[in-house]
Design a protein around this ligand. Structure first.
Ligand code: BGC
Length: 755
């Protein structure tokens, strides 16, 4: 049953009441005309439906649901199809819990490794973020449940997140920070978009008409509802006029009354309130149409999917001498060290905290494979860990380390679990460093003294520094935060029943200081200047030629892949790359084929390479697969701020195909004509800009030629002088003595050029 036709019957007060929450998680209905209330809950990697009396940050208990791998892990799969399946499962669980909108995914860019919420985001790259976000939204919404794409926009830090102004130029804003949102909105039409807390160039996202209406609706065609982040509303009246439809959570009707008063006082057009109410009712209609009070889901199947997804998210960073996989049937002694093996850190803290249906740990799963061969020592203490059976007091770091060293001594292999304790990273604050806790690095050193055959397994939501020790251990597994079935997935990778295929979606720097945003993160006095421009993440590391610990796109496999010659051609305004990839090893595996583009002679600032397309291919041992990857016209474009348009530059494109951003296997070049771009000319456009313009150049030349012999014509005819004068605004050079152009002549030239 549809409720939208009741809109016309509603009073102003009723319309206003539809545009803010009833409590933390539900909207207000209008009983008089039968419009029901609906529920929105977090998100993003599970359904966090709080039981009665729920508060905001999940301190209260929530209904058990499957805790899938958070975005930091899931994104490392680079696998649309897998991510979509997780989305479908999330949608099923939301529907079974009568949740109308799941508050996710979060697709903000990881501008700095320090952002406390990086575990909830996919990547430092907008293509990966957009593609993964799109797949998740598509999956969720296929189940008749809405997604909420968040946090729109430029919410790239937690420091001062409710007030800080992200001061970003338009190119990085469009090309890096909005691009993933644009992709998901245009591909999936999420039912809702959640505006962020922060300001952008001085304006709160929750009351920014440019962001919420011009860009989101007029340019991208968004037809859903904009909901505020919880508590993001600064000025409700300004917000509704700007395109904010729903304020969450409830504020007891206080700001609804402000809307009514503003309309009555003639300060707000009632049409804005009607529009917001209409979108609220349309959302209700979508939710009601998708609801199914009999819906259930298969808890075991979802746990199995969580394990599969976790296995595909793990990134094998290093594997010298093929120390991995371990032999599941061998006789060697396996020393498992580190409290994380027994007490997994499987998700991040804050609004996304899921109460899992069950929880695997790696220690039990390793024992399930290797049985009696496994011995364990916690090595260090973690809050919430069980009382230790080894008899070592949790508070005694020296004793814990000594016990671990004796466990490691003589073992055939040590699997050492290190990572960030929960209190070190969370929604709500940023980290100040990327170091592992000192007691853990001390443990690593102590273990290495008695046993060099160490496999480090990391558990962390944001990157940690590995330089200093990474070359001294034969193997490193980046296990991120893997969700409730991560323990099993780690065992699957350790023993080779899963061949790792995850790839880094963010760079692991040698030093925090190398990070491109380092000098301007997190800002001060209420402003953070995005001074690195478009050079975020690998774009910046590559542009500066900075060495890194592990590059963007990196990840090993238990097999090896070789690449044949790449052939490229222009296709549909973009580029089609075709390459043969061979699995040259003896195990089946998955390769993530990455296509980067660059324009070495570009007229605008460009990264040496930007990820422009990618695909995941499964290749059986010994087989060759022909992989075709399309870079779309839109993914080649940059944003021209003067013209206010995306445009593909004409010129020679370098197309690189590789296994990571620093493991380019094949490359080729292709010349593209590019889009016609009419940059309007003015009297203040430079001489060079005039000559580069499709009409302006000829017109200017004609004007100069008509006054042959003038100083100006001889100056511009000389290439050396032209080099120097090219950057001068035409009006300046025209005012030189002997110029053939007076003010009227200039104006006529401008009109003719722009006609
Ligand atoms: C977070 C959102 C979340 C909302 C509801 C906010 O603090 O930023 O991501 O969806 O709370 O819990």
């Amino acid at each position: 049953m549809s409720h939208i036709e009741r809109l016309a019957d509603l009073t102003l007060e009723e319309k206003a009441s539809l545009t803010s929450g009833a409590d933390f998680w539900t909207t207000k209905g209008v009983d008089r005309v039968g419009i029901p209330s609906v529920m929105l809950t977090d998100g993003p990697h599970g359904v966090r439906k709080q039981r009665e009396g729920g508060d905001h940050l999940g301190l209260a208990d929530s209904v058990p649901t499957t805790c899938f791998p958070p975005a930091v892990a899931l994104g490392s799969s680079w696998d649309r199809e897998l991510v979509r399946r997780v989305g479908v499962a999330l949608g099923e669980e939301a529907r079974a819990e009568s949740v109308g909108v799941l508050l996710g995914p979060g697709i903000n860019i990881k501008r700095s490794p320090l952002c406390g919420r990086n575990f909830e985001y996919f990547s430092e790259d907008p293509l990966v973020s957009g593609v993964m976000g799109s797949a998740l939204v598509g999956g969720i919404q296929s189940q008749g449940v809405g997604a909420s794409l968040k946090h729109f926009a430029a919410n790239n830090q937690e420091t001062d997140r409710l007030r800080v102004s992200a001061d970003v130029d338009e190119r990085p804003l469009r090309e890096i920070y909005l691009r993933a949102f644009q992709r998901v909105v245009t591909e999936q039409q999420p039912w809702t978009v959640m505006c962020s807390y922060n300001r952008i160039n001085g304006v709160y996202a929750s009351e920014d008409p440019w962001l919420l209406t011009t860009v989101l609706r007029d340019e991208w065609g968004f037809d859903g509802l904009v909901v505020s982040d919880w508590g993001a509303v600064n000025d409700r009246v300004a917000g509704v006029a700007a395109g904010l439809d729903l304020e969450m959570p409830s504020n007891g009707g206080r700001t609804d009354a402000q809307l009514v008063a503003a309309v009555r006082a003639g300060e707000l057009d009632e049409a804005h309130v009607t529009t917001a109410a209409r979108r609220a009712i349309e959302l209700v209609d979508r939710i009601v149409a998708g609801a199914d009070s009999d819906a259930t889901y298969d808890v075991d199947a979802h746990h199995a999917l969580a394990r599969e997804a976790a296995g595909r998210s793990i990134v094998l960073l290093r594997n010298e001498g093929d120390v991995l996989p371990l032999d599941p049937t061998g006789a060697g002694r396996v020393a498992v060290i580190g409290e994380f093996a027994r007490t997994p850190r499987f998700q991040g803290a804050g609004s996304s905290l899921i109460n899992p249906t069950r929880l695997d740990n790696a220690l039990d799963e390793i024992r399930a494979v290797a049985g009696e061969r496994v011995s364990f020592a916690p090595g260090f203490a973690l809050a919430g860990a069980p009382d230790d059976a080894t008899g070592v007091a949790a508070g005694d770091a020296d004793a814990l380390r000594a016990d671990a060293v004796s466990t490691a001594t003589g073992a055939d292999v040590v699997v050492l679990f290190l990572g960030l304790p929960a209190e070190e990273e969370s929604e709500g604050f940023d980290r100040t460093h990327i170091e592992l806790p000192e007691e853990q690095t001390a443990l690593l050193e102590a273990v290495l003294e008695v046993n060099r055959n160490v496999v480090v397994v990391l558990s962390n939501g944001g990157v940690v520094r590995t330089s200093g020790w990474q070359d001294r251990v034969p193997a490193i597994i980046e296990g991120w935060l893997l969700g409730q079935a991560g323990g099993g997935a780690v065992a699957d990778v350790l023993f080779g029943s899963v061949n790792p295929s995850g790839r880094l979606t963010e760079t692991v720097p040698i030093r925090l200081e190398d990070s491109p945003s380092h000098l301007t993160f997190p800002g001060e006095f209420g402003h953070v200047r995005y001074g690195e421009d478009i050079f975020v993440g690998y774009r910046g590391f590559d542009a500066k030629g900075t060495e890194v610990s592990f590059p963007f796109g990196h990840g090993l496999s238990y097999t090896t892949f070789s690449y044949g010659a790449v052939s490229i051609l222009e296709h549909d305004g973009g580029i089609r790359a075709t390459v043969d990839v061979t699995n040259a090893g003896s195990r089946d595996g998955r390769e993530v084929v990455q296509v980067y583009t660059g324009v070495p002679g570009s007229r605008v600032a460009r990264a040496p390479r930007s990820l422009s397309a990618f695909t995941v291919v499964e290749i059986a041992a010994g087989e060759t697969v022909t992989v075709t990857v399309d870079v779309t016209h839109d993914d080649l474009a940059y944003f021209h701020p003067q013209v206010g348009k995306w445009t593909v530059e004409g010129g020679e494109y370098l197309v690189e195909v590789g296994a990571s951003s620093r493991d380019i296997r094949r490359s080729a070049t292709l010349t593209l004509a590019g889009d016609d771009l009419d940059v309007p000319l003015g009297t203040d456009s430079t001489v060079q800009e005039w000559f580069d313009h499709p009409r302006g150049g000829e017109l200017l030349q004609a004007a100069i030629d008509s006054a042959s012999g003038s100083v100006m014509s001889s100056m511009l005819a000389d290439p050396e002088t032209m080099k120097m004068l090219g950057s001068m605004p035409l009006e300046r050079i025209a005012s030189f003595p002997g110029s053939p152009l007076d003010a009227d002549g200039l104006d006529a030239l401008v009109s003719a050029a722009n006609a």
